[in-house]
Design a binder for this molecule. Structure first.
Ligand code: AQP
Length: 336
């Protein structure tokens, strides 16, 4: 896809710290797809963001390629979207440095994800973890992004990106467009099946509470059958008092398009023994074609390489224009 200057631009990314979950799909990728027709669509595999935790290099490489395959298998049209790997476009790191000089220590310290991840990795609270939202701001701002489809947990980072852009524009004029987050109505925060007060996350592959897009039907069914519910038997949406059941209803609603009222009627008087496998089956129906297509794509490395090479070339052209404008504005001498 070549950039169409009249269209608005959507940009988003996911870091390949593990294999994608149902949460990554419902909270993010599914919604990327929905805007592709109307927007210039640019998506990256955020490998640079992944090294804020210690990752085995071979695993990172494998995850990154697998993630690209899952993007395409989820329906992203390679003719209409730019798909690339973040570390292939060096402008991300370069703009990140400049923006870091316009991001305040106090605001970075207030980021919920920084606080959560620091608590989780107390022995490795590195600078990258702290400046992660600055690199994310660079990712977004390089492409003149209008909208960033993300799950609820990333909304705060997109808002910080706007603040940084605004501050920069306040000094140098209108250099950056101000992006806004788009968060889905259903599925913005998919919770763990075993600990429904915790977000479903991809970094723990063996977590029985996380449904991975690469899980087989059997594994998915087993996870749903073991999902935590409560001591009542009625299927009712009440996220305060019935966290597990409400999470399952959210998942069911997101994959079937049914409203909470319709779901309550469908399972009225049927109990969790019927409800949990029904959610599992609906999820299998959504995930199975994606998994099968991703496996097919992963067997064709040359094809995936052609997609990310082409994507990096197109992304670089846009990113280089933005970076050169920024360098000029801040006063760097143009390279002879
Ligand atoms: N459980 C979720 N429900 C809804 N949306 C979710 N997202 C992630 N988990 C859920 C959305 O998917 C994108 C993932 O981006 P990311 O990997 O860069 O960030 P993350 O939020 O840190 O994802 P994880 O899975 O929790 O990764 P780890 O375990 O490595 O920290 C974002 O749009 C996110 O909102």
């Amino acid at each position: 896809m070549e950039e169409n200057v009249k269209k608005l631009t959507e940009f988003s990314a996911i870091k390949p710290t593990g294999t994608l979950t149902l949460g990554s799909y419902l909270g993010a990728i599914k919604n990327w797809n929905e805007l592709c027709e109307e927007y210039n669509s640019i998506f990256c595999v955020a490998d640079m963001h992944s090294i804020t935790i210690r990752m085995d290099p071979a695993v990172l490489r494998r995850n990154a390629l697998e993630q690209l395959a899952y993007y395409i298998a989820s329906g992203l049209d390679t003719e209409k979207c730019i798909l690339f790997i973040q570390s292939h476009v060096h402008e991300h790191a370069e703009l990140s440095w400049v923006l870091g000089c316009y991001a305040m220590f106090g605001e970075l310290s207030r980021m919920t994800q920084f606080k959560d991840k620091s608590a989780k990795n107390a022995d490795n609270i590195n600078g990258g973890l702290f400046t992660y939202p600055v690199l994310m701001a660079a990712d977004i701002l390089l492409y003149g992004t209008d909208v960033v489809p993300v799950g609820e947990d990333q909304r705060q980072h997109v808002e910080l990106c706007r603040d940084i852009a605004n501050r920069f524009n306040g000094v140098y004029g209108d250099v950056f467009k101000l992006p806004r987050a788009i968060v889905p109505k259903v599925g913005a925060r998919v919770m763990s099946l075993t600990e429904p007060e915790k977000k479903m996350s991809k970094s723990d592959d063996n977590d029985p509470g996380s449904v991975m897009l690469r899980d087989t039907d059997d594994v998915i069914m087993r996870k749903f059958k073991r999902a935590v519910t409560d001591c009542e038997t009625c299927v009712r949406f009440d996220p305060e008092n019935k966290k597990g059941v409400s999470n399952l209803m959210t998942i069911y609603s997101a994959v079937t398009g049914k409203s909470y009222e319709e779901i309550e009627r469908e399972f009225d008087g049927k109990g969790y023994g019927v409800f949990k496998p029904a959610v599992g089956e609906a999820v299998c129906d959504t995930v199975r074609p994606i998994r099968e297509e991703a496996n097919r794509l992963l067997a064709d490395k040359a094809y995936l390489e052609s997609i990310y090479a082409d994507g990096a070339a197109k992304a670089s052209r846009i990113a280089a224009r933005t970076l050169s404008k920024v360098y000029k504005k801040v006063g760097f001498i143009k390279k002879a």
